[in-house]
Design a protein around this ligand. Structure first.
Ligand code: GRF
Length: 211
């Protein structure tokens, strides 16, 4: 059976949506860079191995990346899923896992990379917002887009109402994409995502709400 590792930094609701999805693989470990991440307790309560690689305990980014890579390697995962993991990873780390590492980002990339995406969207006055699952490459939030889900921005939205609407879509989208990968339907080929033999963008890759 295939194995995956989830990296988190906080609450862990995307992690839970992945664990609840009945993916055709085993979650070998949940790893956090923050010892106080609430998601660690949720994972442990499900009997999943947890580990902390505390970024504050490492003097350099390279040292942190090396410790994180060693922890991940222990579990020999087929797939690494970043789920609310809030550390920037160095090029060497990313290249080492390229093609088998996915991230969920709470905006319709390439709009609004980085943090405070919901505030950025409100300030920009966009009418449509959403989330993106992409393969991780050294460019921050810039890797090949696999799938997106869009939500409307409502009059009167604030950061928290908009975030909640997007988060509900994140919880649908990420398990879907993880399943594609774990079923061998999705891969990165020549820097482009390929689903069922078809290069992106393809109809099936735009997946708002359904399934
Ligand atoms: C999610 O919106 C994720 O996309 C973003 O941070 C949030 C993490 O939430 N990067 P959770 O820890 O998955 O609940």
């Amino acid at each position: 059976m295939k194995r995956y590792v989830i990296l988190i930094s906080g609450r862990g609701s995307n992690m839970e949506s992945l664990l609840d999805a009945g993916l055709p693989a085993r979650c070998a470990a949940v790893v956090s860079n923050r010892p106080d991440a609430a998601g660690l307790r949720l994972a442990a309560a499900r009997g999943i191995d947890t580990a902390v690689v505390d970024h504050t305990a490492h003097a350099t980014r390279d040292a942190f990346d090396a410790a994180l890579a060693a922890e991940i390697d222990r579990h020999a995962p087929d797939l690494v899923l970043l789920a609310g993991f809030m550390r920037i990873l160095g090029d060497a780390f990313v290249r080492r896992h390229q093609g088998r590492m996915l991230n969920i980002h709470p905006s319709l990339l390439p709009a609004f990379p980085g943090i405070r995406t919901h505030r950025q969207a409100l300030e920009a006055g966009v009418r449509v917002h959403g989330c993106t699952v992409h393969f991780v490459t050294p460019a921050l939030d810039g890797g090949p887009i696999v799938a997106q889900a869009a939500v409307p921005v409502a009059a009167g939205d604030d950061e928290s109402t908009l975030a909640a609407r997007v988060l509900a879509e994140e919880h649908r989208l990420y398990p879907r994409v993880a399943r594609w990968f774990l079923e061998g339907r999705l891969r990165l080929e020549g820097g482009r995502p390929v689903l069922d033999g078809e290069a992106a963008p393809a109809g099936a890759l735009h997946a708002p709400t359904a399934g």
